[in-house]
Design a binder for this molecule. Structure first.
Ligand code: RUQ
Ligand code: CUA
Length: 657
């Protein structure tokens, strides 16, 4: 019997999709090579959103290694905003201004970047409620929450004891929990041990982060301690399976070198099925142990000022101490995605090296558990018999099934990485109904509401890893891209390619009508209690405190108060506290001063933001508004004079008479 690796190599040799990618890569011909939308005129009409009218869906796309989230409209594919989450953003001053820097604190210190993979909409009864969007930080394990009325990051919680928070932050039906998992098993808790002791000393945790149903505030409820595999992706159940969360796991071989070969030996790896209500009960009954873990918790307060605290201690549940909490479902060939259909009955796994798609039946899983229908156990966790829990297999779907989303007509759509296509199949009889090529190497895919109880359907978006030959070339790095397909008919139809920022790992979409009218327009100035607010121009001032100079400055079309400032010296730290006095929608003002060795600032109406500057040269330096705000935007400027250390020039500033 060939092992997974030889199979993969054999596959790669014969695989038309891969060969095509290779040859297209060196092709270098002009124009689009194949995969053009059939009936381009009609496709264009379907994605055309006339100037001044709105898209039907908001789509939140992960920025991948940009660490951010970007907001797109569908079907147009137009980008509206980049929401900074895990990475500093000098365009907005996020992670640079004093009020936002604490958002990026971790137990490792200030971290200016992460890798964000999976946007996840908050939900009620497995329907989007339009309140929050969660996303994972993969590298330094974290989960962020974005408020969908302002589209800003409100909270970030670090996940201790995990390494690589990839299977995250998938939400249960009412956001009881958003989950995370260890992608890389590690010494848990961390310790200085030999890597050769992997099998004895390395393990993983699955994390359950509680979400307050009123405020969205996140807290780390507990972790479940698991054998040292790689936990890759997860999804919570819904309907009958709503008390369960499913995690895929590859590397049941527990290899710790050359995983490409060594973690591809077993014919089957596993999906871990965790009964989270049972876990929560065991924790409530005092069966969990307290580990002295340290992790950061960061949040924006009502004044839009970020705070960071280090929390200690987490409850960790050993599977042996909580009967019936965990089961393994044998799953072919290095599973990646795991997805739950709208009814909650079917659990679909994607085996990266598998030649079929296994579909587990939740009712069958329950029967197998009741009948103790197992084939032994792994790490103390019962392994249920494959034949007893499998509801069906999708035969010959293509190569390299990864992820599955669902429509509103009982169909499933699976992304095939190796054969670079989307395969549509029926949840009734698990037969393939249609397939369509993607350009190229699709990772996730997304149907609006495609992981909810009632998908909106209409489109499937392919989130591709490679775009060779699809766009004008831009040197060695080419754009990442999404492709929009119409799924209203029997056959999927390609409508549109559109570039994305960073890597569009995953996306989620909801009808624009759910949140469009709830968008915040300004921050009320009267509610601004920032300690450095300048509520009116009369309050503007410059105050020296030792080597610190605090500039309390206002911005309104089209001037700063004060504008001219003198008395600053080389060696001072200057704190510009800027308050935007506007109370009008869409009138941010910006701020920059020559040599500002930090970032610009973009201040929203009614908000206060602080940027620090350490001038290192004598001179008179201009500052100006960076956001074109009015006809007299260019007039929105001023000067700050910087003198030698110890100079006799006293602090003075100019305000309107
Ligand atoms: S995954 S590599 Cu979501 Cu398919 Cu991150
Ligand atoms: Cu204010 Cu430009």
């Amino acid at each position: 019997m060939p092992d997974k690796f030889t199979m993969w190599r054999a596959t790669a040799r014969v695989l038309p999709g891969l060969v095509a990618i290779g040859s297209l890569a060196c092709g270098g011909g002009g124009g689009s090579a194949g995969g053009a939308a059939a009936g381009s005129g009609q496709a264009a009409q379907q994605v055309y959103v006339a100037p001044g009218s709105y898209d039907e869906f908001y789509s939140f796309m992960s920025g991948g290694f940009s660490g951010q989230v970007s907001v797109y409209g569908l079907p147009s594919g137009r980008m509206f905003k980049v929401i900074p989450v895990f990475s500093q953003d000098p365009e907005k001053g996020y992670g640079y201004s004093d009020q936002t820097r604490p958002m990026l604190m971790t137990s490792f210190g200030f971290i200016p970047w992460d890798d964000a993979h999976h946007p996840q909409l908050s939900r009620v009864n497995a329907e989007p409620d339009g309140r929050w969007l969660f996303i994972n930080g993969n590298n330094t394990p974290r989960i962020a929450r974005i408020d969908l009325t302002e589209m800003e990051t409100s909270e970030i919680i670090e996940i201790p004891n995990a390494a690589g928070n990839h299977a995250s932050p998938f939400a249960t039906s009412n956001n009881e929990y958003v989950v995370g998992a260890t992608r890389f098993s590690v010494p848990t808790p961390q310790a200085d041990v030999s890597i050769a002791d992997y099998k004895e000393k390395f393990s993983g945790v699955l994390s359950f982060v509680k979400v307050d149903s009123a405020t969205g505030a996140m807290s780390l409820a507990f972790q479940v301690h698991m054998p040292g595999y790689d936990y890759d992706l997860s999804r919570a159940g819904k309907g009958p399976s709503k008390e369960w969360v499913f995690f895929t796991s590859y590397n049941t071989e527990q290899a710790n070198t050359l995983l490409e070969v060594n973690a591809s030996q077993n014919d089957k790896d596993v999906v871990a099925a965790i009964h989270w209500t049972v876990a929560a009960k065991c924790v409530a009954d005092g069966k969990a142990k307290s580990w002295p873990s340290r992790y950061a918790h960061n949040w924006m307060d009502a004044n839009h000022i970020a705070h960071s605290e280090i929390l200690t201690g987490v409850k960790v549940l050993e599977v042996a101490d909580c009967p019936n909490v965990a089961y393994f479902l044998p799953t072919p060939k290095s599973p990646h995605g795991v997805d739950v259909d709208p009814t909650g009955e079917f659990i679909v796994a994607g085996g990266k090296l598998a030649s079929l798609i296994p579909v587990f039946g939740f009712s069958k899983i329950q029967k197998a558990i009741a009948a103790n229908d197992t084939v032994g156990s792994k790490g103390g966790i019962p392994v249920l018999k494959y034949e007893s829990v499998i509801a069906g297999e999708v035969q010959k779907p293509g190569l390299g099934p990864l992820h599955t989303e669902f429509d509103d007509h009982g169909n499933a759509y699976t992304s095939m990485f190796l054969s670079s296509e989307i395969v549509k199949w029926s949840l009734k009889d698990f037969t393939v109904l249609d397939r369509v090529p993607t350009y190229y190497s699709i990772g996730h895919l997304m149907v609006p509401g495609g992981d909810m109880a009632h998908p909106y359907g209409k489109y499937v978006v392919a989130l591709n890893k490679i775009t060779k030959d699809r766009y004008l070339p831009t040197g060695p790095e080419l754009t990442q891209s999404a492709q929009l397909f119409d799924i209203t008919g029997d056959k999927m139809k390609l409508l549109l390619d559109f570039p994305t920022i960073g890597e569009p790992h995953y996306a989620q979409a909801l009808p624009a009508s759910l949140i469009k009218d709830k968008q915040l327009r300004t921050y009320p100035l009267a509610d601004n209690h920032d300690p450095y607010v300048t509520p009116t121009e009369k309050d503007a001032k410059v105050v020296r405190q030792g080597k610190a100079v605090h500039v309390y400055m206002t911005m309104i079309r089209s001037h700063f108060v004060p504008d001219n400032i003198e008395g600053v010296q080389v060696g001072d730290t200057v704190y510009f506290h800027l308050t935007n006095l506007e109370q009008d929608w869409d009138v941010p003002h910006g701020f920059a001063v020559t040599g500002l060795n930090n970032s610009e600032l973009l201040v929203m109406p009614g908000q206060t933001r602080t940027i620090t500057w350490t001038p290192n040269r004598v001179g008179v330096w201009p500052f100006y508004c960076t956001d074109f705000c009015s006809a007299l935007h260019q007039e929105m400027q001023g000067y700050i004079r910087v003198s030698e250390p110890g100079s006799s020039v006293k602090i003075s500033f100019n305000t309107p008479k």
